[in-house]
Design a protein around this ligand. Structure first.
Ligand code: MUC
Ligand code: MG
Length: 372
């Protein structure tokens, strides 16, 4: 008899960041990981994780809501079901639960982990096979202070951990942000690729002026300069600015990706498992982008190691024109997996053992789990 899904546990795990991480809409001093574990009747377990950024300031699901959705809606749909048919399980969820892609992503990840362990293959093999295993990874300079960012970038170049940096701008006046970016391009731009993420902060007029100036100073990629509700402006920028435009908040699922491509967008999509509903679901968006001639970028919702590895398995199956930003675990003061990932030479390595290829550190999990 085939194994069934027995139970699903979930924890809110609060891990401090190594320094304040300043984005246009929030400053993070801590990241909440929603960690889950699925246990099957044959004893096989699968782990998953969901994160968002700054409570409800980035996405529409808070960590607390993600846990509630998993415990109250997704787990009951899975309990007692045959465990070995991933598509059947995901279809069952899709029929009954609208949206909630962050919560679904944790579940899809844990199901893939368990399935990989049961078949003795890594998740990347379940997704069709890896094209690349060390995956390029940049670092985000976001201390909020130009001199500190330059010093941080210098250290990372000297240790050879990263060769590309993303700057978080948009919280301040345009002129201040442009001065900040120009100083970093001037200091590090001959040795590193410099990109910016505006996180939707500019209106269409500021976006046009800001993007023209960023392109002129040699920025390599401009992420979500305008509101996710203003695709017309995003499309115009992608067609008129010489530097490539990266759509992030504007594209979550393959439906959004198809629509934006139809509207004439050129540039690249930031893929994120949380936005799409998991490591398998996000590949649908990647394939739509490929069909439309849009470049691929492995994006992060500042996941911890579990969500980062889940994403890496998906990214490994794709040609990533713009690399990835899967540095989340490095932004956190501690880790809840037993063997941390290896970051070196601008790349992160993908575990190769069955499933995700990682194990939870139970003591750390207990220590950082929110009490009460
Ligand atoms: C975002 O908007 O892309 C990714 C890297 C980072 O520093 O913030 C995230 C969110
Ligand atoms: Mg972004």
């Amino acid at each position: 008899m085939s194994a069934t899904i027995e139970h699903i546990e979930s924890w809110l795990v609060d891990v401090p960041t190594i320094r304040p991480h300043k984005l246009s809409m929030t400053t993070m001093g801590c990241q909440t990981l929603v960690i889950i574990r699925i246990t099957r009747s044959d004893g096989i377990t699968g782990i998953g994780e969901a994160t968002t950024i700054g409570g409800l300031s980035y996405g529409v699901e808070s960590p607390e809501a993600i846990k509630l959705t998993i415990d109250g809606y997704l787990a009951p749909l899975l309990q007692g079901q045959p465990a070995d048919n991933l598509q059947a399980l995901l279809y069952r969820i899709e029929k009954s639960v609208k949206g909630n892609t962050f919560a679904k992503s944790a579940i899809e990840t844990a199901l893939l982990d368990a399935q990989g362990k049961s078949l003795g293959v890594p998740v990347s093999a379940l997704l069709g096979g890896a094209l690349q295993t060390p995956i390029p990874v940049l670092w985000t300079l976001a201390s909020g202070d130009t001199a500190k960012d330059i010093a941080e970038g210098e250290n990372l170049l000297a240790s050879r951990r990263h060769q590309a940096f993303k700057l978080k701008i948009g919280a301040r006046e345009l002129a201040t942000d442009l001065k900040h970016t120009a100083a970093i391009v001037e200091a590090l731009g001959d040795r590193a690729s410099i990109r910016v993420d505006v996180n939707q902060a500019w209106d269409a007029t500021t976006g046009a002026k800001g993007c023209r100036e960023l392109a002129a100073m040699g920025v390599d990629l401009i992420e979500q300069p305008v509101s996710a509700r203003d695709n017309a402006a995003l499309v115009r920028l992608s067609q008129t600015i010489e530097t490539a435009i990266l759509a992030d908040e504007a594209v979550s699922t393959h439906f959004d990706g198809y629509q934006l491509a139809q509207q004439g967008f050129t540039g690249a999509y930031a893929l994120k498992i949380a936005k799409a509903g998991g490591p398998q679901s996000v590949l649908k968006l990647a394939h739509v982008a490929q069909a439309a001639g849009i470049g691929l970028y492995g994006g992060t919702m500042l996941e911890g190691s579990v969500g980062t590895v889940a994403s890496l398995h998906a990214w490994s199956t794709l040609p990533l024109a713009w690399g990835s930003e899967m540095f989340g675990p490095l932004l956190l003061k501690d880790d809840v997996i037993s063997v941390p990932l290896t970051f070196a030479d601008g790349h992160v390595t993908l575990p190769q053992t069955p499933g995700l290829g990682i194990e939870l550190d139970e003591d750390k999990l207990r220590f950082y789990t929110r009490k009460g």
